[in-house]
Design a protein around this ligand. Structure first.
Ligand SMILES: [Zn+2]
Length: 87
């Protein structure tokens, strides 16, 4: 056993995630927050409709949001409790 069972993220997904963050200049599309860490902006690219089954979302720019870590946390912990108006 090598102990390395991490799945690799396909290059296309990394590219689109970078693209959406550039497009929104790392500003969260839900709450408008810009996280800056030592002068670097930080955001996450997240699929609206997950790619895996049973959702079978598309890996396209229109299916990705630029989000801050706070919103990412709420989406992971309480996906149906998030009620923040879109900006
Ligand atoms: Zn946010």
């Amino acid at each position: 056993m090598s102990g390395n069972n991490q799945s690799k993220i396909p290059e296309g997904i990394v590219f689109l995630s970078k693209k959406i963050k550039e497009l929104y200049n790392h500003q969260c599309q839900v709450c408008g927050t810009v996280l800056e860490i030592q002068d670097l902006r930080y955001a996450e690219g997240a699929h609206i409709k997950p790619l895996d089954k049973p959702h079978n979302g598309e890996d396209i720019l229109e299916n990705i949001l630029c989000l801050c870590l706070i919103i990412m946390f709420f989406l992971i912990e309480e996906p149906f409790q998030l009620q923040i108006p879109m900006i």
